[in-house]
Design a protein around this ligand. Structure first.
Ligand SMILES: [Zn+2]
Length: 372
């Protein structure tokens, strides 16, 4: 059966934890990584609607974008509406896991989904770079019989992703030579006798942040007492990770057209805008899901004609107006794109990994704000 660890390993290969901001309490908030699960509910937030939906639909694992516990808990009693939700979740034996700013920043994650939705040419540029990946090359020697399974475990750990290709490796066969000494406990051969084994040389690329995970996988899965491998620095890649995206529209649009586009793709009745004239031409657009006000200077630096984000405050709007940056505040709920996109990804991984899990999108959530 599939455990939560199986699922979260795959999620964290897509959106590695080190991409999350320091303040962000991502990961497993409730339950155990060892829990065996059958049904996942994907949602933007955890609230009483999500909880009810999970209970009604007999879900055993909720996967949200926003972490469920943001503030520390001095007590856990039922006389606080938020803490009551936590208690009810635990009583229902439902686990909860979140992937937040790591999904915002990763390639092909939240901000790429949003940029794609409003028609920015792909791939678009990162607005605020928080991490630049370095590339490493692993060269590993393994007995022929174990070669395939070792390569598979390396790929599961995230090694061998090259552009749009996964499970990329190069192999060649040869002979490994060694003589186990007195204290050795060899898998193949005997102490103080020269041994020769047919081995495969496996070469596979991986991003530097995976190094400790890759080494863990080698020591856990390689049959030898002392696996032989080398890790080489290949240098920086042009792969940037970070918050927000900036890119160009295929055709310039007027602000009016952009407002209609944003309302249409995110299904909004209203947006808030300022600093704009309706027939101003817009070609270069910056977008940040969630509360992106603090990144508006980067949008200016990257020559954006328009900045799209959510939760813009009165004074934040004044700053943007002063600096001449037109904006559309589309609200925080445009991040609900998470639900549809993550459900689709989990369904793909379900097939690839043979998990036999049912994955459903939450339907109980709506924008907290209403326009009258
Ligand atoms: Zn958010």
């Amino acid at each position: 059966m599939t455990t939560i660890r199986d699922i979260t390993n795959r999620i964290e290969t897509f959106a590695p934890n080190h991409l999350a901001e320091d303040w962000d309490p991502i990961g497993l908030s409730f339950g155990s990584y060892d829990k065996k699960i059958k049904k996942i509910l994907v949602a933007l937030d955890f609230d009483k609607n999500t909880l009810k939906e999970a209970q009604d639909k007999k879900v055993d694992f909720i996967f949200t974008h926003h972490p469920a516990i943001f503030k520390s808990l001095p007590t856990l009693n039922e006389h606080d509406s938020r803490r009551k939700e936590y208690i009810d979740l635990i009583r229902s034996d439902i686990a909860l896991y979140s992937a937040h700013t790591n999904v915002d920043s990763t390639v092909g994650g939240m901000n790429d989904w949003l940029a794609g939705a409003i028609g920015l040419e792909q791939p678009s540029e990162v607005l605020a770079t928080s991490y630049q990946s370095e590339l490493k090359l692993l060269v590993l020697y393994t007995p022929l019989d174990d070669a395939k399974s070792i390569r598979e475990t390396l790929h599961q750990a995230g090694a061998g992703q090259v552009g749009d290709y996964r499970n990329v490796s190069y192999t060649s066969n040869g002979i490994g030579h060694f003589t186990p000494e007195n204290d050795a406990d060899p898998t193949i051969g005997e102490q103080n006798r020269a041994e020769e084994v047919e081995e495969e040389r496996v070469e596979v690329l991986f991003p530097s942040y995976l190094q400790s995970k890759i080494m863990e996988v080698i020591y856990k899965n390689h049959p030898y007492e002392e696996p032989v491998f080398h890790i080489f620095d290949i240098g920086k890649t042009d792969m940037e990770f970070g918050i927000g995206r900036v890119g160009n529209l295929k055709e310039p649009k007027t602000l009016d057209e952009m407002i209609s586009k944003v309302k249409d793709v995110f299904n909004l009745s209203h947006v808030r805008t300022a600093n704009t004239s309706v027939d101003q031409a817009i070609q270069r657009v910056a977008i940040v899901g969630g509360s992106g006000e603090s990144y508006y200077k980067q949008a200016l630096n990257k020559q954006a004609d328009l900045y799209i984000t959510g939760d813009i405050s009165y004074h934040g709007a004044q700053d943007m107006i002063r600096d001449g940056l037109p904006f559309i505040d589309a609200g925080h709920f445009i991040e609900n794109i998470f639900t549809e996109k993550m459900t689709a990804l989990l369904n793909e991984w379900n097939e690839e990994e043979g998990w036999d899990i049912e994955i459903i999108s939450a339907t109980s959530q709506e924008d907290v704000f209403k326009f009258n």
